[in-house]
Design a protein around this ligand. Structure first.
Ligand code: HEM
Ligand code: SF4
Ligand code: SF4
Length: 698
């Protein structure tokens, strides 16, 4: 048994030293998923273990019992035309709602029963799509600015960079169970439409001293504590991006607080250490990572950008830099039925469009349409009843998360509110177009902090009884660093339409020429906004209206959830990250040997040995945070003295380490480390075997 496990560990270990890029989708991932779900279905795994596992495969529990939401990641939002057909078919056969374009350029499938998950994934993975690391504490979907690859302003195709970086660390143990998720975004030029300031790691294409490369920012995020990213590097060459990712992952592992998941995004490290120290800690990790061998990096194609001041607006027809045409399609709230997806694929094929692009605005852009076919393409889209934003109006571009329509931790039904607003579009026809972004709670899945007008669901008492409200946010901008919206008052959900009418008409009437919502809101100030909204805030509205206590789209009494902590913040249950770090140590041992650094190789091996010991003790609940090597070894020996095979593997590994440090056999050290990890696995698996059937409750 030990031999087999050790052998598997060796065979499964990716050798980063000479690795070619990973493919995005792999049938082996599907098989890994199948094995996991079977472990759960046969009660080999309890539900905690299943939750941690399925999140890494992009699956969340829905509010509705037994139903799941499954997320597919599309780096840079890029979708091949034929993928639309695969998505349509899989959705029609295995899911219960329309497909949803997410605010991070992915796709979501809703109402998937447990038994349908493998069928859904078999089709999607088979077609070349993946859900791997689409959630969980991983490198999430890597996003790019919306017009990447076609924008006249771009220096480089940010989508191509996103695709490259999405597979650079995919499946690597370093990023399977980080303290918290890491969101990465890329902009093709300094205008930064990729919104790098709100992600954990952002890369902005630029030029320094005539050399193309990237400015690197990190530590941004939204949620209840929004923060703009800080600059890590003024400039880095393209071939070092993989080392930047690696350094960020190490920084996260080393310092982020695993026990308080709601305070463990990278942004909390900026808060804890201060900007200067945060940058310094990153640089320490970066110095280490950049010495290590990385995957091969074929040079990117850089170009000289057009000298436009603004990016093309995201609506209707867009002239690409290569003479072809792109068309922005705005499906209502980013929802697309299987029929519409197939129809879009048909039109794309008939007119020669090369691919589709999902955007943060929950839109889909068809790109690469030969100029002479553009009208035909648009006619086809119009015939489907889909909007292309050709006639801008006040509520032309609404973004919304699903809210409590499916989300178990939401407060309000943001989706229903967005539908109500869309239906009222005609009443807003004369107003300038604004970007409205709605989240059902403070978690910001609708990214309300970066809308012209943002709304997030809160519960607030009226007459001593909870009533659904939305908190206003005004003047957020994606492309201006630090431009997180300012907070406005909270307004009852049922009065939001009225509130928007008041705000938008005031904006239309009193804004200076071309003044953005941000500048307008700043000019009139928080007090001015409050005054405008007085009729729909406390003291202004009619408290005899019973609708105040009902959410939009609901006639049932309103109850806010007890907790708004998402399951993607779920803690790892079996010290997975320690077994990952043990494997990372063994991989880094090889990488160090590849650059001839024996000393570093021994040190990496030591880290592996240590992490395995920590994992064993973590299962017993022993806190090893302050342990040094000798304390850890003593503790393992005393706790596991009865486990003969384990003890033998430990002693062999310790001896092999001493020998390796003294110039002895490195291969023997590697084998001993593998055996030590495999022996620990056996003990841990045995300790986790459920004593009773549990866990079939999801
Ligand atoms: C079952 C459904 C969902 C649950 C339980 C959920 C939960 C959460 C939670 C707890 C956070 C905050 C994370 C943090 O602060 O670290 C979050 C953030 C986020 N979610 Fe979701 N979410 C769900 C669906 C969605 C959907 C449908 C979208 C896109 C339409 C989405 C997009 C996002 C984005 C963009 C953020 C990032 C905000 C930031 O940068 O901090 N989520 N989600
Ligand atoms: S202008 Fe915006 S969309 Fe165009 S390359 Fe620059 S960041 Fe990307
Ligand atoms: S913002 Fe809140 S309600 Fe909306 S999907 Fe995220 S967690 Fe759910």
């Amino acid at each position: 048994m030990l031999e087999t496990l050790a052998h598997t560990a060796r065979a499964a270990r990716p050798s980063m030293a000479q690795c070619e890029a990973e493919p995005l989708a792999r049938m082996e991932d599907y098989e890994e998923f199948l094995a996991g779900i079977n472990n759960f279905r046969t009660h080999k795994w309890n539900s905690d273990r299943w939750v941690t596992f399925r999140l890494r495969f992009g699956i969340y529990a829905q509010k509705q019992d037994g139903m799941h939401m499954a997320r597919v990641k599309a780096p840079g939002g890029r979708l091949r035309v034929e993928w639309l057909r695969a998505v349509a078919k899989a959705n029609r056969e295995h899911c219960g709602a329309d497909v949803h374009i997410t605010t991070r350029q992915g796709l979501q499938f809703y109402f998937v029963a447990l038994d349908s998950l493998p069928k859904l994934f078999k089709e999607l993975y088979g077609a070349g799509l993946t859900s791997r690391e689409a959630s969980g504490n991983t490198f999430r979907n890597v996003t790019a600015c919306p017009l990447a690859g076609i924008c006249p302003r771009e220096r480089v195709d940010a989508g191509a960079v996103a695709q490259r970086l999405a597979v650079t660390w995919l499946r690597h143990p370093l990023v399977q169970h980080m303290p918290r998720k890491v969101k990465i975004s890329i902009s093709g030029c300094e205008l930064d439409c990729g919104a790098t300031s709100i992600d954990d790691l952002g890369l902005i294409a630029t030029v320094k001293d005539g050399r193309p490369g990237f400015r690197v920012v990190a530590g941004g995020g939204l949620g209840s504590v929004p923060r703009s990213a800080v600059e890590l590097l003024e400039f880095v060459a393209e071939e070092e991006l993989s080392a930047v990712q690696e350094a960020v992952a190490h920084l996260h592992h080393r310092y982020s607080n695993r026990s308080r998941k709601m305070a463990s995004r990278l942004k909390f490290l900026v808060k804890r250490f201060g900007e200067e120290e945060f940058v310094k800690l990153f640089l320490d990790e970066f110095e280490h990572a950049r010495r290590m061998p990385q995957r091969p990096w074929p040079a990117l194609a850089w170009r000289t950008p057009a000298d436009d001041r603004f990016p093309p607006p995201q609506r209707g027809r867009i002239e690409q830099h290569d003479g072809k045409v792109a068309v922005v399609i705005r499906p209502p709230l980013g929802m697309l039925s299987s029929d519409r997806l197939e129809a879009l694929a048909d039109i794309a094929e008939q007119t020669g469009a090369s691919e589709f692009r999902l955007t943060r605005e929950q839109n889909i852009i068809a790109v690469g349409i030969p100029r002479q076919n553009a009208d035909r393409f648009m006619k086809g889209v119009r015939a489907l009843g889909l909007d292309m934003g050709e006639r801008p109006h006040g509520l032309g571009d609404i973004v919304a998360c699903p809210g409590v329509s499916t989300c178990p931790i939401g407060i309000n039904n943001s989706h229903a509110l967005a539908e109500e607003l869309l239906a009222a579009g005609a009443a807003f026809a004369g107003f300038p177009e604004t970007r409205i972004r709605i989240s059902g709670c403070h978690n910001s899945c609708g990214q309300h902090h970066i809308g012209d007008i943002g709304l997030h669901g809160v519960a607030k008492k009226i007459g001593g009884k909870n009533a659904p409200h939305y908190q206003f946010h005004l003047g957020g901008e994606v492309d201006t660093p630090g431009a997180i919206a300012m907070e406005g008052p909270a307004v009852p959900a049922r009065l939001i339409k009225e509130a928007l009418k008041i705000l938008l008409s005031a904006y239309a009437e009193t804004r200076n020429k071309e003044e953005s919502v941000r500048r307008w809101a700043k000019r009139i100030g928080a007090a001015g906004i409050e005054k405008l909204l007085a009729p729909v805030t406390e003291g202004g509205y009619d408290v005899s209206d019973p609708l105040l206590w009902l959410d939009v789209g609901s006639d049932k009494p309103f109850f806010p959830p007890i907790s708004a902590v998402g399951e993607c913040a779920a803690a790892a249950v079996v010290g997975e990250y320690l077994s990952d770090l043990s494997l990372v140590g063994r991989i880094d041992l090889q990488r160090s040997l590849a650059i001839g650094d024996r000393e570093e190789a021994v040190e990496a091996g030591r880290r592996s040995l240590f992490a395995t010991g920590q994992r064993l003790l973590s299962v017993l609940g022993v806190d090893t945070e302050d342990f040094d090597d000798s304390r850890l070894i003593l503790e393992v020996r005393s706790q596991f003295s009865g486990e003969k095979a384990l003890m033998a593997a430990l002693e062999t590994a310790l001896k092999a380490k001493v020998a390796a440090a003294g110039g002895g056999d490195m291969e023997a050290f590697v084998r001993a480390l593998d055996d030590w990890a495999a022996a620990a696995d056996i003990i841990i698996e045995a300790s986790l075997a459920p004593s009773s059937a549990m866990g079939a409750n999801i």
